[in-house]
Design a protein around this ligand. Structure first.
Ligand code: ADP
Length: 484
């Protein structure tokens, strides 16, 4: 089987969040299992140093984009796993400081940049030496790709066109633009209607994928159900309900070659579930690194996150405000995003020195060290399609305290549901009071070393490897091609 993955991020070349991890790990796991995998992704600034040798000569192409010819180039890299990556190069579009924005401002030409990517992916699919059977597009940036394939199949005489799967990693980001953006697609206006990309008077890239892909998936079973409701549907729940039978949820996996506690260059001390002494040493090392008081016995809560409303960081800052004056605890944060939230965490760190540390920025190594050092990992997300950090924290022995939504509910077991297999603490309401209650429950758990060990070992021994999850995708590709 030959599958083409199209995505705007691919770890380790580019990353702003979980999309990059998911696409990279899925592609490599598929390739290792014998699937032929081609990934199409942009060539952003600074990537050359992270790439292996380019094979063959670059392939140049031109696309008529909104009345102007735009030149591009494909650079191919074949990875050790067998996965082949086709980097789409167009420096005016992609050689920029950010992937989607600078500061809080989205690039004004994002519609053109990502339609260029989607149309480039279509070229690769059409001209692949070995025919592509499934085009698997990820998130709004390539939401138009299933529509482009569908158009080429129906109107463009592409017999044997591949089937398409569209995966929603986060429904809240939709790629909404003015209707003039349609011109960039190169498709006739007769194809612009409410059953394709038209939405609210403009063009919605994500909706095009939802309407025209042969099948839809998202990154956890619970989120698949949630997004069909008005509460989580971000205005597209009607479209999703119509396609409910074509929609499934497959939980993301973890790349344990990178996210492990035994052979990890980012961690000063190795440990595993059979010997947790290294975890205590990592805690002391992080306390020194981040300027927290060095104390083995104080409960340490960690969080690594985009600082956004979605992640409930405002709830977390307020719960900490309530707890810190009276409770014996520490908190370590790594994140960046909303300037108001950045200020609240900086202010907590200034007012509770030695007890709160806030590092504003993006630092993959520190993300590993916070997971390894923490006793508890807090994720109070308002919604969470899958969430990766709670999966990492399970393996790292940091007990997750999570809002029971999306992938958090699917991956963390609360004692009230199954005491023997408990791995973390759930709370339900997206409120400061509910989060405060859950964090106090964590403090009570910390007072019992046996209970801590029970939760920790249950979590560390859970397996969320991509090998297992990739098999689910292979099964889904098979269904798309041959029926259930
Ligand atoms: P989302 O994709 O919604 O941001 P996920 O939990 O799915 O959330 O994935 C987030 C990924 O990004 C994780 O690998 C996490 O470690 C990483 N990450 C988020 N913020 C930072 C940061 N400031 N520094 C380093 N890594 C980060």
């Amino acid at each position: 089987m030959h599958v083409l993955l199209a995505a705007s991020e691919l770890h380790p070349y580019s990353k702003t969040g979980g999309l990059a991890d998911a696409v990279g790990s899925l592609g490599r796991a598929l390739a290792r299992s014998g699937v032929r995998v081609t990934v199409v992704t942009p060539f952003y600034r600074g990537m050359a140093s992270r790439m292996g040798p380019v094979t063959g000569t670059p392939w140049r192409f031109d696309l008529l984009l909104g009345g102007e010819w735009v030149e591009g180039e494909f650079m191919r890299v074949r990875e050790e796993s067998g996965m082949e990556v086709w980097f789409v190069r167009n420096d005016p579009f992609f050689d920029r400081p950010g992937l989607y924005n600078e500061g809080q401002h989205d690039y004004a030409d994002n519609a053109a940049r990502f339609l260029f990517l989607a149309r480039a992916a279509l070229l690769v699919a059409r001209h692949a030496a070995v025919p592509v059977e499934v085009v698997h597009a990820h998130d709004w940036q390539v939401g138009m790709l299933p529509l482009l394939v569908h158009h080429a199949r129906i109107a463009g005489g592409w017999h044997g066109a591949p089937r398409t799967l569209f995966t929603i990693h986060n429904l809240a980001y939709q790629g909404g633009f003015a209707s003039q953006a349609w011109l960039l697609s190169g498709l006739p206006w007769s194809w612009y209607h409410l059953e394709s990309a038209a939405h609210g008077g403009g063009v919605n890239f994500l909706k095009a994928g939802l309407c025209l892909a042969d099948a839809l998936s998202t990154v956890s079973p619970r989120y698949a159900r949630e997004i069909c409701t008005p509460e989580f549907g971000c205005g597209l729940d009607g479209v999703l309900r119509r396609r409910e039978h074509d929609l499934c949820g497959i939980l993301n996996g973890v790349d344990y070659a990178e996210w492990n506690t035994t052979r990890n260059p980012a961690l000063p001390h190795a440990y595993d579930s059979a010997d947790l002494r290294g975890k205590a040493l990592n805690k002391a090392a992080l306390q020194r690194e981040m300027g927290l008081a060095e104390d083995a016995s104080v409960p340490l809560f960690g969080n690594v996150s985009r600082l956004t409303d979605q992640k409930g960081c405002d709830l977390l800052a307020q719960a900490l405000e309530r707890m810190l004056p009276g409770e014996r605890m520490q908190f370590a944060l790594l994140g960046s995003g909303d300037p108001v939230l950045e200020r609240s965490f900086r202010s907590l760190a200034a007012r509770f020195p030695g007890r709160v540390a806030a590092r504003i920025g993006f630092d993959p190594g520190l993300a590993h060290r916070i997971e390894a050092a923490s006793d508890f990992y807090v994720m109070p997300s308002r919604f969470e399609p899958c969430g990766l950090n709670q999966l990492y924290s399970l393996r790292y022995g940091a007990i997750p305290v999570v809002r029971a939504t999306g992938g958090l509910a699917d991956s963390v077991v609360d004692a009230r549901d199954d005491a023997a297999s408990a791995t973390g603490i759930h709370f339900h309401e997206a409120s400061v009071t509910a989060l405060h209650w859950a964090m106090r429950k964590a403090l009570a758990l910390h007072a019992s070393p046996e209970a801590m060990e029970h939760y920790r070992l249950n979590g560390m021994n859970r397996d969320f490897s991509w090998e297992t999850q990739a098999r689910e995708y292979v099964r889904l590709y098979g269904e798309i091609l041959h029926g259930p």
